[in-house]
Design a protein around this ligand. Structure first.
Ligand code: IPM
Ligand code: MN
Length: 357
């Protein structure tokens, strides 16, 4: 089969990590007889520099015409002081919205060979950890009304967290489908003791799940408690369903307990099969161009693309197994390095993984 993939390299380490994922995808193509065609387009700071906007129309058009999209990362010091509509992040939020990607899946998995890299005590992680965060991605405070007014000491600013029943139901469906394939349990995270939007969230999640997924158990957890449970007993958590902003925050926390944010991938989907796949980390401008960034998160994002957009399950497993082998053999990029292991550059790491496909 032929697959057309748009690559949005973005800024900072984006181009390096995307190059690593492309190398691995090409190895998969060769082994399994697929042809992956890559078209590179601009997003974020590099797009601001080249065309004056973080999300050029041509980028949106190409993404909407392709089979799927791979994204590196956006942002950097250079663009930090621009007005809000001209910030690189606006490009990322814009493409999520333009592609209708309301469902963001972020699996935080602790690889057995990286248990030592987790900041948590051994006994908390010895039986493995796999928390799957299902984050609503095109609603809530990220896209709600906001504004400013007043001046001096009375100057103020506001943002709104707003969710509709329809938005909550469709993301609940995603979490329940996932739970069916796992332990049939969803933990829904909200702040219903304070926020009205959370009270609607809680009521809707329960009503929808009870009606359509009676075999799935839904438990509620307040977000402050969820933040605590992630470090207290991560092994007890499985599918976490939550809003855009809570998912953003909890996914960084969950990532860190697996050793390095450089290991975590994410998939963003809407109603179709065309998705956007990216590492959950940022553009790390401080290490860009030094070939030390860990490409594994982006390589695992490519694996998720094969599974979720193209239904290529064996091919996805081939990438995950190759990553596992390389880690077990002791190869490490700087972020996951520990004494006694072999430290390698980012590009070498990608080569090692590609060779094991
Ligand atoms: C993420 C990032 C983005 C987000 C930023 C860069 C807009 O932190 O994907 O988690 O907040 O969604
Ligand atoms: Mn984030």
């Amino acid at each position: 089969m032929n697959y057309n993939i748009t690559v949005l390299d973005g800024d900072g380490i984006g181009p390096e990590i995307c190059a690593g994922a492309i190398k691995v995808l090409n190895a998969v193509g060769q082994k399994f007889g697929h042809k992956f065609n890559f078209t590179h387009k601009l997003i974020g700071g590099c797009a601001i520099d080249a065309c004056g906007a973080p999300l050029p129309e041509d980028t949106v058009k190409t993404c909407l015409e392709s089979d799927s999209v791979l994204l590196g990362a956006v942002g950097g010091y250079k663009w930090d002081n621009l007005p809000v509509d001209l910030r690189p992040e606006k490009g990322l939020l814009g493409i999520r919205k333009a592609m209708g990607l309301y469902s963001n899946i972020r699996p935080a998995k602790l690889w057995a060979s990286l248990a030592e890299a987790s900041p948590l005590k051994g006994r908390l992680v010895e039986n493995g950890v796999e928390i799957i965060i299902v984050r609503e991605l095109t609603g809530g405070i990220y896209f709600g009304e906001r504004g400013r007014g007043g001046d001096g000491a009375t100057e103020y600013a506001w943002d709104t967290e707003k969710y509709s029943v329809g938005e909550i139901e469709r993301i609940t469906r995603i979490a329940c489908e996932l739970a069916l394939k796992r332990n049939k349990k969803v933990v829904s995270v909200d702040k219903a003791n304070v926020l009205e939007s959370s009270r609607l969230w809680r009521r809707t999640v329960h009503a929808y799940a009870e009606k359509h997924y009676p075999e799935v158990t839904v438990e509620d957890m307040l977000v402050d408690n969820a933040a605590m449970q992630i470090v207290k007993n991560p092994a007890a958590l499985d599918v976490l369903l939550t809003s855009n902003i809570f998912g953003d925050i909890l996914s960084d926390e969950a990532a860190q307990i697996t050793g390095s944010i450089g290991m975590l991938a994410s998939s963003s989907l809407g109603d179709g099969t065309r998705g956007l796949y990216e590492p959950i980390h940022g553009s790390a401008p401080d290490i860009a161009g030094k070939d030390i960034a860990n490409p594994i998160a982006t390589i695992l994002a490519a694996a998720m693309m094969l599974r979720d957009s193209f239904k290529l399950l064996d091919e996805c497993a081939a990438i995950e197994n190759a990553v596992d082998s390389v880690l077990q053999e002791g190869w490490r990029t700087a972020d996951i390095y520990e004494e006694g292991k072999n430290k390698v550059t980012g590009s070498r790491m990608a080569c090692l993984i590609a060779e094991r496909i």
